[in-house]
Design a binder for this molecule. Sequence first.
Ligand SMILES: [Zn+2]
Length: 130
Amino acid sequence: MARRLKRNGVLHSDWARGHVVVAADGIEICSSFVRCCDQCMERKVAHKVGDELRDDIQYYHRIVAVMVVSTAFPIPLGIRFQKDGETEVSSTLVLLHDLKGQLGCQFFDLVVADALYLRKPFVDEIEKIG
Ligand SMILES: [Zn+2]
């Protein structure tokens, strides 16, 4: 579907001079001290329960997303749940490699991301992806 949208010019934008621009970012979702699932990531967090400060295990998920942002409205291309031991940046690279496999390396022209991504390994890998 994404390839068809591009072929039909739906992803074209004037402000991006015809380039398809994607944004990559990560976010934490579903954090809880009580509820968890088999896929939850865990961390120890000091938090207040009443007047008591306790160290408890907090369960959470992190996802990374890549979205086309050069269009009139953002179009999600892919999301990925970050796994234990991965960073947001490494998880995003896995997602970008997956998207390259599904859409080809010429599907988008530019990747924008926040300063967290401005590291040599990320830039090197983006260049390898093409
Ligand atoms: Zn969970």
